[in-house]
Write a protein that binds this ligand. Sequence first.
Ligand code: CMC
Length: 428
Amino acid sequence: MSRTAKIVLNENEHELPVVTGSENENAIDISKLRASTGYITIDPGYKNTGATTSAITFLDGEKGILRYRGYPIEQLANNASFLEVSYLLIYGELPNAVELQLFEGNIKMHTLVHEDMKRFFEAYPAKAHPMGVLSSTVSSFATFYPESQNPNRNSEAVNLTIQRLIAKLPTLAAWSYKNSIRHPFMYPKNHLNYCENFLNMMFAMPTEEYVIDPVIVDAINKLLILHADHEQNCSTSTVRIVGSSQANLYSSVSAGICALWGPLHGGANQKVIEMLLKIHIDGGNVDKWVEKAKDKNDPFRLMGFGHRVYKNFDPRARIIKKSCDDVLEKLGVDDPLLEIAKKLEKVALEDDYFKERNLYPNVDFYSGIIYKALRIPTEMFTVMFALGRLPGWIAQWKEMTENNEPIGRPRQIYTGHGSRDYVDVSKR
Ligand code: CMC
């Protein structure tokens, strides 16, 4: 039975359709509200706005549930490879053995980056933030592969772009790091799997072999899977809105990388370590910094705590906390910042301010700690997030284009000056 909602405006009643999702989430469809009433709705930060319907990821923030295409994140993180999950997100089903082999083979075919692009890297200053390098090099791909700009979105060209993006992003990411320390670039090695290859390009040197530790590979694989999609978050909404103008996939993903860079989104994992360092340099008084986070007149927030949608616990954080413990034990890390992190976690979980507001450590709290233990430089943390989020951005872009969604164009309520006459500069 179709249901409706009623709103009364100036004593006139208007009926609006109710849309129900496959997990019984409900929405009031206001797409025709303006046409029938002249009113729009206002919702800064889109906290209460469904921008689309989507069959990719289900998330229940209250219950701490996250599923990709119906599969619980816990099962995927513990059993699947990142490329398997990428295939699932992008094409809708888990690949069978033949499909997976073909997909992995196609990715391996494209891991090299055009030699001309090396010159871009050489031109960036050594201190260039790798997120800036990543977004601009991804955007440049559209100039190297003009077929990606095909407005008809031919599926063969789209698939090629998808394979190139997934294959080349680790190469670009590792090269942006090597460039920042002015070390020679390491080329991809296709006998290695996706995570091994990335670690090798990051840490191997022409002078010595890099021994790949399976515990580290497993942690990276899990982290990439846990970050692979998160429905309509800031960067994904950016990818969808840029793609809605029929911009090509490289440009849309490049815009997503920029959106992810911010400290309230993907940049939080970098900010976690910077915060721990600040507390350490300040003498390590955790209580003092917790009080600062609670003080409304102090802009300081505990980075890595709280989440826009998880108001109970972050299921990704639960899984990664375990990996974090494994990695720290395996590597025997002894780091004062980790001690501060543990104290902070404990204080914040017991303090009423955090409990009342449901502010728990999120995935970025633990991912930052793991990356630090793996000696991945702080500025690369958000790049790691981008590597993981890539298949989600692609899947969402593909879904949006296949559903022929209209160009994204929100409205506003204007609060500026009324009409006024231009005054010549000499008279102002
Ligand atoms: N430290 C101290 N207080 C906080 C924090 C924090 N990290 N997060 C939220 N609050 C307080 C906030 O001041 C507010 O208090 P009050 O109700 O008294 O005004 C209340 O909690 C609700 O906060 P909000 O800002 O309305 O919540 P939001 O849903 O708009 O923001 C958030 C979510 C993630 C932006 C925010 O919690 C935050 O800034 N966290 C730190 C940054 C961070 O770790 N971001 C990574 C998110 S996970 C990665 C991803 O998926 O992008």
